[in-house]
Design a protein around this ligand. Structure first.
Ligand code: 13P
Length: 342
């Protein structure tokens, strides 16, 4: 069904109304942290069982999940009955995607900042992943406000440059790049600092994408929202987060970009949904605003599953509810009543 899709069509499908992306691309190390929280061993079979549970949540996958970001192991993995997991995803009408960055490394001469690696050999890896069914890719750059002088221009520039080189290679290789610059919300900074730094990061990202000749029509942006750090004593209202995020996006993201799919970054499940809802309620907007959540889509399902096969149905129910709530948030039609009606 998806064979003849152009990159513009893939990008449009990724942010189709009522739908968004499931980020299930946790590296083996990151999924260990998630499994530790439910006292489940981090084995290949458990990783397979957990993700198979999500991808077989038929209602959620058909109606609210436009695409799934996979990790290298998962794109090659088969379900218990031997069906490739990518085929399960495709059978529900969703698109398989792949994380292609190789994680972060310390940036020399910086105050603990990072640069995302993975450009060497990327053209060949994109080719292989496209052959395995990937229709889109993800590369995550990470920035943090840890004190005066962070993030530095060196980190902002180097990471934007890497994002642009990655995006150009994806488009050339026939897959849609998700461009993900993430300003972490772990610190104690306030919403003003987040707004200022997010604007700077996005300006630099689009400057570098321009220099690298990336056709923006074939890309999706995955940014953080404009929000106070978790440790900040002053938290903004949901409406203010929505207004400030849209304000920054309007200043920085060209209207040629078809869609913006946010990361959840450690927000509570309900906050991530509500923020997306309030942003869409501010419409009409020049791009589709959707989700590409990891934790905010999976936390409830992970807990309900608890690593036990007898809990698969409960895990699927929890996942389906979050997927549905975020789906209605893309339409600006979420409310507390639906949230509690689970
Ligand atoms: P979170 O929604 O948990 O931030 O994960 C999204 C993601 O893919 C981060 O790269």
């Amino acid at each position: 069904m998806t064979k003849a899709m152009t990159l513009e069509q893939v990008a449009a499908a990724m942010v189709a109304p009522g739908k968004g992306i499931l980020a299930a691309d946790e590296s083996t190390g990151t999924i260990k942290k998630r499994f530790d929280s439910i006292k489940t061993e981090n084995t290949e079979d458990n990783r397979r069982d957990y993700r198979e549970m999500l991808f077989r949540s038929t209602d959620a996958m058909k109606n609210h999940v436009s695409g799934v970001i996979l990790f290298d192991e998962t794109i090659r993995q088969k379900a218990k009955d031997g069906t490739p997991l990518t085929k399960l995803i495709e059978a529900s009408g969703s698109l398989p995607g792949i994380k292609v960055d190789k994680g972060t490394k310390p940036l020399p001469f910086s105050k603990g900042e990072t640069i995302t690696e993975g450009l060497d050999g990327l053209a060949d890896r994109i080719k292989e992943y496209a052959g395995l069914g990937a229709k889109f890719a993800k590369w995550r750059a990470v920035y943090d406000i840890t004190g005066p002088g962070t993030p530095s221009y060196a980190a902002i520039n180097a990471n934007a440059h890497a994002l642009a080189r990655y995006a150009a290679l994806c488009v050339e290789g026939g897959i849609v790049p998700i461009v993900e610059p993430e300003l972490l919300m772990d610190g104690g900074h306030d919403i003003d600092a987040c707004e200022m730094v997010t604007e700077w990061i996005l300006k630099e990202v689009y400057q570098q994408l321009y220099y690298a000749n990336v056709p923006l029509e074939k890309t999706i942006l995955k940014p953080n929202m404009v929000i106070a750090g978790k440790k900040s004593p002053k938290q903004a209202s949901r409406e203010e987060v929505a207004e400030r995020t849209v304000k920054v996006l309007k200043r920085c993201v060209p209207t040629a970009v078809p869609g913006i799919a946010f990361l959840s970054g450690g927000q509570s499940d309900e906050d991530a949904t509500a923020h997306l809802h309030y942003m869409n309620a501010l419409g009409p907007l020049p791009w589709k605003l959707s989700f590409s959540y990891g934790r905010a889509l999976q936390a409830a399902a992970l807990k309900a599953w608890g690593g036990k096969s007898e809990n698969v149905a409960a895990g699927q129910r929890a996942f389906s509810h979050r997927a549905k709530m975020n789906g209605v948030a893309t339409l600006g039609k979420w409310d507390e009543k639906q949230e509690k009606a689970a």
